[in-house]
Write a protein that binds this ligand. Structure first.
Ligand SMILES: *[C@@H]1O[C@H](CO)[C@@H](O)[C@H](O)[C@H]1NC(C)=O
Ligand SMILES: *[C@@H]1O[C@H](CO)[C@@H](O)[C@H](O)[C@H]1NC(C)=O
Ligand SMILES: *[C@@H]1O[C@H](CO)[C@@H](O)[C@H](O)[C@H]1NC(C)=O
Ligand SMILES: *[C@@H]1O[C@H](CO)[C@@H](O)[C@H](O)[C@H]1NC(C)=O
Ligand SMILES: *[C@@H]1O[C@H](CO)[C@@H](O)[C@H](O)[C@H]1NC(C)=O
Ligand SMILES: *[C@@H]1O[C@H](CO)[C@@H](O)[C@H](O)[C@H]1NC(C)=O
Ligand SMILES: *[C@@H]1O[C@H](CO)[C@@H](O)[C@H](O)[C@H]1NC(C)=O
Ligand SMILES: *[C@@H]1O[C@H](CO)[C@@H](O)[C@H](O)[C@H]1NC(C)=O
Ligand SMILES: *[C@@H]1O[C@H](CO)[C@@H](O)[C@H](O)[C@H]1NC(C)=O
Ligand SMILES: *[C@@H]1O[C@H](CO)[C@@H](O)[C@H](O)[C@H]1NC(C)=O
Ligand SMILES: *[C@@H]1O[C@H](CO)[C@@H](O)[C@H](O)[C@H]1NC(C)=O
Length: 476
């Protein structure tokens, strides 16, 4: 087969007037035929998403002086990129250069191709996922006023972000997953007024979130997560969002302040990640009338009641309120969650029995002060994979219908006041890998099938203060 493919490709080589060669998303393999260097009229050269191997030889490009659009991404080339042949092309006017994830060996020492210094017409530059090293090439933005898309994601660039002049065309700016330090430029909005997607996540940026980000009127996606940002969230950023803002990720920083305490609405925002910061304040006044896809405020210091609208939003898939200081009952409603984690709070009252169970896959209510029996409505948790009710004040018996929740992988009932015997129906849970019933008031014998759950790292926890001498708490 490779022979056929090779001669097939080599057949293009006679086409001296060929202007566009688009081979993307095939299964071509082997080296790029050397004779491609005769295609001197080529403007568009797209071989992305194939299985090409070998090194990109300098002589391959030496003749291709008409190139404007180059996409070599998602191949299996090896060795360092060599673009020295490009550097002699004074006429070269590249508009699109996409070299994302095109080097399987991620050769150490790959540096940003210096011939780009002479390029001034770039519209799209994507060098993501290549382990490139060196100082962040801030000059790319300065040199290319037509730049619309700059993606340097997942490399090893260091240094600080510097902007020199206003670029009205930039829509997508992604420097995530590098080693950048320093602050986010204070007047970033003035330099990138038309930006819709700004991703500076997973670097080591510090300082505050500039308030000018709140003035970016075209912003859709803002990801500043996994940095060392401190201070408060600018008030214009998420309150009463009348813009196109869709995703905001501020997770894993050192931000503080009462970000959700004002009298404002989250309308319009679809994904909001505020987890793992030092946020405080009462969230009870927060409003929403539309829909919301994901809200994660876990691992903060939020207080107050869970707003009742949370249970009546037309669509909300994932609600993660874990590890805050929220109080009161969980509000009743019709919202259909797939992931609901309200564990590690100060919630009380009966276990929410009015939950819409239809789509729930992960239900985590552990480490609260819920009381009463496990509600009968949980028999409808037919999709549930992980169920954590541990460390509450639940009473009554373990319902036998748990045996019918056949998708269950993890069932945690530890540290409650559950009584009675372990229903033998739990033996039907063939996929369960973690079942923890320890620290209850269970009695009787352990169903023999549970003795057979012996995963590689089997562990049984000795029960304290129960009638059962050996807790059926199995880890695998
Ligand atoms: C450039 O193309 C010409 C034919 O068009 C060929 O003779 C020459 O060897 C090529 N140069 C390189 C460096 O490949
Ligand atoms: C580029 O030009 C320089 C000077 O003319 C020459 O020494 C070098 O070999 C050329 N490089 C390539 C890859 O053609
Ligand atoms: C976050 O809050 C904790 C507890 O109040 C405090 O010890 C810590 O210093 C705070 N961290 C920052 C970065 O503000
Ligand atoms: C919030 O603002 C709205 C509209 O101005 C007002 O109706 C409502 O009473 C306010 N709520 C609070 C808690 O201040
Ligand atoms: C948000 O809108 C409400 C209702 O229009 C208004 O009362 C409130 O002051 C606004 N809040 C902010 C922070 O802009
Ligand atoms: C709870 O959140 C706080 C604040 O982010 C964090 O310091 C603490 O480690 C978290 N606790 C757990 C158990 O995750
Ligand atoms: C939410 O829906 C439930 C059931 O339809 C209803 O009883 C409750 O009043 C609603 N709550 C709000 C805040 O709309
Ligand atoms: C379970 O779901 C069915 C069908 O939606 C519904 O009729 C029934 O009332 C539910 N059972 C409980 C105990 O909520
Ligand atoms: C158990 O897990 C296997 C593999 O993940 C899956 O194919 C199967 O459907 C599961 N069985 C049940 C009853 O959920
Ligand atoms: C059982 O509960 C007691 C009292 O709440 C607690 O001290 C102990 O650590 C718990 N044991 C386990 C194994 O969780
Ligand atoms: C436990 O495993 C043994 C050996 O595989 C088997 O003979 C026995 O029937 C199993 N017991 C139950 C209750 O599944």
């Amino acid at each position: 087969m490779p022979v056929v493919v090779c001669s097939l490709l080599a057949g293009f080589c006679g086409l001296l007037n060929l202007q566009e060669l688009d081979l993307q998303e095939n299964m071509f393999n082997g080296n790029i035929p050397e004779c491609f260097n005769t295609l001197s009229s080529l403007k568009m050269f797209d071989i992305s998403s194939n299985l090409f191997t070998g090194t990109l030889s300098p002589s391959l490009m030496a003749n291709l002086t008409s190139l404007q659009y180059v996409d070599f991404s998602y191949n299996k080339f090896e060795g360092p990129f060599s673009f020295s042949s490009f550097s002699n092309h004074t006429k070269l006017k590249l508009k699109v250069l996409v070299l994302s994830n095109c080097n399987i060996n991620r050769a150490k020492g790959n540096v940003f191709p210096s011939f780009l210094v002479k390029q001034h017409k770039l519209q799209v530059l994507d060098m993501s996922h290549n382990s490139m090293k060196g100082q962040l090439p801030n000059w790319v933005i300065k040199h290319n006023p037509m730049l619309e898309v700059l993606i340097l994601r997942n490399n090893l660039f260091y240094g600080t972000i510097m902007l020199f002049r206003t670029n009205h065309n930039i829509r997508l700016f992604d420097l995530s997953g590098n080693l950048l330090t320093g602050v986010i430029p204070k007047f970033i909005q003035r330099f990138l007024p038309g930006i819709s997607h700004l991703d500076l996540s997973s670097n080591s940026l510090d300082g505050v979130i500039p308030s000018s980000i709140g003035d970016m009127s075209e912003l859709n996606v803002l990801d500043l997560s996994n940095n060392k940002l401190c201070g408060e969230v600018p008030s214009g950023l998420i309150a009463n969002n009348s813009r196109l803002l869709y995703t905001v990720k501020l997770s894993n920083n050192k931000l503080h302040g009462e970000v959700l305490s004002g009298n404002f609405s989250l309308d319009g925002i679809w994904n909001l990640h505020l987890d793992n910061n030092n946020f405080t304040g009462n969230i009870g006044n927060l409003a929403i009338t539309g829909s919301l896809g994901l809200l994660d405020i876990s691992n903060n210091f939020f207080t107050g009641l869970i707003p009742s609208w949370i249970s009546n939003v037309s669509i909300i898939s994932e609600l993660v309120l874990r590890n805050n200081s929220l109080e009161g009952p969980f509000p009743c409603g019709t919202t259909s969650f797939t992931f609901l984690d309200i564990s590690e709070n100060l919630l009380s009252g009966p276990i929410p029995s009015c939950l819409n169970t239809r789509r729930l896959e992960h239900l985590h209510l552990g480490s609260n002060s819920f009381t009463g029996p496990i509600p009968d409505s949980f028999r409808n948790l037919t999709k549930v994979l992980t169920l954590d009710l541990s460390n509450n004040y639940l009473s009554g018996e373990i319902p036998s219908f748990f045996g019918k929740l056949s998708n269950l992988i993890i069932l945690l009932l530890r540290e409650n006041n559950l009584m009675g015997s372990i229903p033998k129906q739990l033996c039907q849970l063939t996929n369960v890998s973690l079942l923890d019933l320890s620290n209850n008031s269970l009695s009787g014998s352990i169903p023999s099938c549970l003795h057979n759950i012996t995963g590689p790292s089997y562990q049984a926890f000795v029960q304290e203060s129960t009638a059962l001498s050996h807790a059926p708490s199995f880890y695998s």
